[in-house]
Design a protein around this ligand. Structure first.
Ligand code: NAP
Length: 479
C-alpha cells in the first residue's frame, strides 16, 4: 500500500485536487479506512481534459508499433506484479486473493491482445461502380475519450478500455468508481513506466461523478464516452452525450438466465452454476440472476447446488482458504437482504444461507432459494450478491419466452447435451453472449457486450478497437 499513488494523474504528473479535497477508501472486509485519495472537482476534470486534448494530435500520429510495444511492456509489468496488484484489489474491493490474481491476468491480457491489434488496423482501396473514381479508406483515432468504470472489476474494466484506446491512438480521461480508485491509479503508474507519453492517460478519482463528467460530455472536446456500469446511469450519460453528439460505448447491467434442460449433464450444470453465480461473490454483470431448471431435474439440481454453496468458506479475501469475500458495502448488502426477504415472503424455500452474519464487514452467505415465484423482485433486478434463485419450467418455448422477458440482454447460459437444442435455444435468446455448458464467457479475445438495455458496442475481440476508430474516405477521380 505504501507505494500506491493516491493523487490525481494529470498530464503525466501526480497532483492533489485543486481544492485540496480527499476521500476515504474503505476495506469492505473490516469497514476500516485504508487511505485517502484525491477527490477531484470540475476544475481538475478540465485540467485532465486539457491534457488529453493537447496530447491527442501527436499521440494519434505515433507509429502503431510504438503504441503496441507500450502495451506489451504494460502487460509484462502487470503480470510481474500480480501479487502486489491482487492484494491492492482485494483490500479495496473485497474479492478473495485467488480471484484477484485471476483478474490481474485477465486485465493484463487486454494489454497483450490490444498490443497485437494495434498493428493490424487496416484500410482499403477500391474502384467505385462508375469505373473511374477510386476510393481510399483509412481509419483514424476518434479523439479524446472519457472512460468511466465500476468498482466490481477495478483492474480489468480499466484495462479493457485503456488497451484499445492506446492501440487506436486515442487520449483519455479515466474516472474510476470511488470505492476502488487505487487499482486505476496503480494502472496509470504502470502505463507511465511502460512509456506512455504524458497526457495520453489522465485519471481523476472523485466522489462527485456528475459534477466532474457532465461538463466534459457536454463541452464538445471529448469525442467518445466508454462507460461500464448500471443501465440507469448509462441512460443518463447517453442523454448527456447527445448535446455534443459524443460517440458512446455502453457496457450496462444484466439479468442473466441460466437454463438447465432435462437432458443436461447435471455435474456440468452445477459446476457452471458455481462459476456463473459465485464469480466475484455474484457482483458481476454476467452473474446468473434467474435459474430456470426443468421440473424433472430441479430438485436434484437444487440439492447439489446447495451442497456446493454451503461448503464455501466466507471471510476476508486476504485470508487463506477463503472462497467468498465481503460485498462491496452496506448498501449493496442491504439490497441483497431485501431481495431475499421479498422472495421468501412470496413462497421461496431457503435451501442454504439466507442469514446475514453478525460482526464487522459486509459479508453475506452463499444462498440458494428454491420454488421462487416469478413475481419476486429479484426476477427484475440484478441481485449482485451470492444468491441463486431457482424456478422451474416445463418446455422449451416457455423457457425461451420467460428468459427473454426482461429489458436486459447481456448473457445467457444454456445446459443441454443435445446439439440441436443447444444451437436452437442459443439463437433464440436475446443476448449478446451465450455460455453453452459453461458458466464463464469473459475472454479478451472475444467480443463482450449486450443487446437491449444491456448496452451498445463491444469490448475485446477483433472488434474492440473499432469502438475507438473512425473511418475516413478519400474520393480520387482517375481520368
Ligand atoms: P454505477 O452506479 O452505474 O456506477 C458506474 C460508474 O459510473 C461509477 O464510476 C460511478 O461513480 C459512475 N457514475 C455514476 N453516476 C454518474 C454520473 N452522473 N456521471 C458520471 N459518472 C457517474 O454502477 P456500479 O454500481 O459501480 O457497478 C455495477 C453495475 O455495473 C451493474 O449494473 C453491473 O451489471 C454493471 N457492469 C456491467 C459490465 C458490463 O460489461 N456490461 C461490467 C461490470 C459491471 P459513482 O459511484 O461516484 O457514482
Amino acid at each position: 500500500m505504501t507505494d500506491t499513488p493516491t493523487q490525481l494523474f494529470i498530464g503525466g504528473a501526480w497532483a492533489d485536487a485543486a481544492d485540496g479535497a480527499t476521500m476515504p477508501v474503505d476495506d469492505p472486509a473490516t469497514g476500516e479506512i485504508l487511505c485517502h485519495v484525491a477527490d477531484a472537482g470540475p476544475k481538475d476534470a478540465k485540467l485532465a481534459e486539457e491534457a488529453a486534448v493537447q496530447a491527442q494530435q501527436e499521440w494519434g500520429r505515433t507509429a502503431p508499433r510504438v503504441r503496441s510495444e507500450i502495451l506489451r511492456r504494460a502487460y509484462e509489468i502487470v503480470i510481474g506484479r500480480t501479487d502486489e496488484l491482487a492484494h491492492l484489489m482485494t483490500s479495496e474491493m473485497g474479492k478473495p486473493l485467488a480471484e484477484a490474481r485471476g483478474e490481474v491476468a485477465y486485465a493484463a491480457e487486454f494489454f497483450r491482445w490490444f498490443s497485437e491489434e494495434a498493428v493490424r488496423v487496416d484500410g482499403g482501396y477500391g474502384t467505385l461502380p462508375d469505373g473511374r473514381n477510386r476510393m481510399l479508406l483509412s481509419r483514424r483515432p476518434v479523439g479524446p475519450c472519457l472512460l468511466i468504470t465500476p468498482w466490481n472489476f477495478p483492474l480489468a474494466m480499466g484495462a479493457r478500455k485503456i488497451g484499445p484506446a492506446v492501440a487506436a491512438g486515442c487520449t483519455m480521461v479515466l474516472k474510476p468508481a470511488p470505492q476502488t480508485p487505487l487499482s486505476s491509479l496503480a494502472l496509470a503508474a504502470i502505463l507511465k513506466e511502460a512509456g506512455l507519453p504524458d497526457g495520453v492517460l489522465n485519471v481523476v478519482t472523485t466522489s462527485r461523478a456528475g459534477e466532474v463528467c457532465e461538463p466534459l460530455l457536454r463541452g464538445g472536446r471529448i469525442r467518445k464516452l466508454s462507460f461500464t456500469g448500471s443501465t440507469a446511469v448509462g441512460r443518463l450519460l447517453l442523454a448527456q452525450s447527445a448535446d455534443a453528439v459524443v460517440r458512446t460505448s455502453m457496457e450496462l447491467g444484466g439479468n442473466a438466465p441460466f437454463v438447465v434442460f432435462e437432458d443436461a449433464d447435471l455435474d456440468k450444470a452445477v459446476d457452471g452454476a458455481m462459476v456463473a453465480k459465485m464469480r466475484n461473490m455474484g457482483e458481476a454483470c454476467t452473474a446468473a440472476n434467474r435459474f430456470f431448471v426443468h421440473r424433472s431435474v430441479a430438485r436434484e439440481f437444487g440439492r447439489r447446488l446447495a451442497e456446493r454453496m454451503g461448503a464455501l468458506v466466507v471471510g476476508p479475501g486476504t485470508r487463506d482458504g477463503v472462497d467468498v469475500g465481503p460485498l462491496i458495502d452496506r448498501t449493496g448488502r442491504a439490497k441483497v437482504e431485501a431481495l431475499v426477504a421479498d422472495a421468501v415472503e412470496r413462497g421461496a424455500r431457503v435451501l442454504v444461507g439466507g442469514r446475514t452474519p453478525a460482526g464487522p464487514g459486509c459479508f453475506y452467505p452463499p444462498t440458494v432459494l428454491a420454488d421462487v415465484s416469478p413475481e419476486s423482485r429479484l426476477m427484475g433486478t440484478e441481485i449482485f450478491g451470492p444468491v441463486a434463485a431457482i424456478l422451474t419450467f416445463d418446455d422449451e418455448d416457455e423457457v425461451v419466452r420467460r428468459a427473454n422477458d426482461t429489458p436486459w440482454g447481456l448473457v445467457g447460459y444454456v445446459f443441454t447435451e443435445g446439439l440441436d437444442r443447444a444451437l436452437r435455444v442459443s439463437e433464440r435468446l436475446e443476448v449478446g453472449m451465450v455460455g453453452l455448458n459453461t458458466g464463464l464467457v469473459s475472454n479478451p479475445a472475444a467480443p463482450f457486450g449486450g443487446v437491449k438495455q444491456s448496452g451498445l458496442g463491444r469490448e475485446g475481440g477483433r472488434v474492440g478497437i473499432d469502438e475507438f476508430l473512425e473511418h475516413q474516405y478519400l474520393a480520387i477521380p482517375v481520368s
